[in-house]
Design a protein around this ligand. Structure first.
Ligand code: C2E
Ligand code: MG
Ligand code: MG
Ligand code: MG
Length: 281
């Protein structure tokens, strides 16, 4: 009986794998079609300076709106795009579109134009063509490299190797590199020594728990201190309340991003905010 149960479990497990593979294949086909038919767009979320909310940057966040259905969250389709390799084409589209918007802001707002942060997945960092693609896109739009920051995760560069070499090549182009969701991956202080990043994006989980307990405050303070000591920017992610914003400033944070300041929105909303020079609160 035990053996039988084992076999059943094996069959169930295999069926599960099949259905994951099927789900991936169906979603990947829909993503491919969506990319060809222009169903993607970018939302931009401001990154602001504390305490006044002046916009210093924006993060490009991809959105997929199939014509016949509800908006699909990137948390659902990015992992599939990574597993199926489609992230390479989707990622190129994101780089192209974000650079086009960044160049327009650079033309229209000069030195006040926001830096544009572009998320780059682990798979993209393993593509040896990525630095050339970024360089040629920026050149085509006459975009200053200091107007672009690429957001990568700790996990993507943790093992060193090809991904780390790519990051070094990207830095040589003059673009910024931010460690996204900092503190949640395979954080290692060695990474900060070997991987030439310019910004730490302190994960929302550390910001959420800023409820005045000594431990949480100590961690949040240490992260901003590490960044400052290493000459990096620290951005607090996922700031949702006025109280958090005030506390973060007191703990040494200069930059923040979150629903309290602004939700991700169309590029036109960023234009309006740039004209006012700050987010609407
Ligand atoms: P992320 O890069 O860490 O982006 C921040 C996510 O947190 C975004 O979710 C944003 O809408 C959300 N967020 C911002 N402020 C707040 C807040 O105050 N409260 C809460 N609850 N959430 C907040 P989104 O847009 O759904 O993106 C999810 C993830 O999908 C991103 O996390 C990123 O890992 C990935 N992603 C999005 N766009 C791209 C892309 O173009 N390329 C790649 N490779 N990944 C992307
Ligand atoms: Mg990000
Ligand atoms: Mg993040
Ligand atoms: Mg995140």
């Amino acid at each position: 009986a035990a053996k039988h149960a084992g076999a059943n479990r094996f069959q169930e497990h295999t069926a599960e794998l099949d259905s994951t593979a099927q789900h991936d294949a169906d979603l990947a086909a829909a993503l491919r079609r969506g990319l060809d038919r222009g169903e993607f767009h970018l939302a931009y979320q401001p990154i602001v300076e504390l305490p006044d909310g002046r916009i210093i940057g924006v993060e490009a966040l991809v959105r997929w709106q199939p014509p016949d259905g509800a908006m699909v969250s990137p948390a659902d389709f990015i992992p599939v795009a990574e597993r199926t390799g489609l992230i390479l084409d989707l990622g190129l589209w994101v780089i192209e579109t974000a650079c086009a918007d960044a160049a327009r802001w650079q033309r229209e707002h000069g030195p006040r134009a926001p830096r544009v942060n572009i998320n780059v997945s682990a798979r993209q960092l393993l593509d040896p063509e990525l630095p050339d693609q970024v360089a040629s896109t920026m050149a085509r739009y006459r975009l200053d490299p200091d107007k672009i920051t690429l957001e990568i995760t700790e996990t993507a560069v943790f093992g060193g190797g090809a991904a780390l070499s790519t990051v070094k090549e990207l830095r040589e182009l003059g673009v910024g590199v931010a460690l996204d969701d900092f503190g949640t991956g395979q954080s290692s202080l060695t990474l900060l020594r070997t991987c030439p990043v310019t910004t730490l994006k302190v994960d929302k989980s550390f910001i959420d728990e800023l409820n005045g307990t000594a431990e949480q405050e100590a961690i949040a303070t240490s992260l901003s201190t590490i960044a400052a000591t290493l000459g990096l920017r620290a951005v607090a992610e996922g700031v949702e309340t006025y109280e958090q914003a005030v506390r973060l400033e007191a703990l040494g944070y200069r930059y923040a991003q979150g629903y309290y300041f602004a939700k991700p929105g169309p590029a036109a909303l960023i234009d309006a905010a740039l004209d006012r020079d700050r987010v609407q609160q």
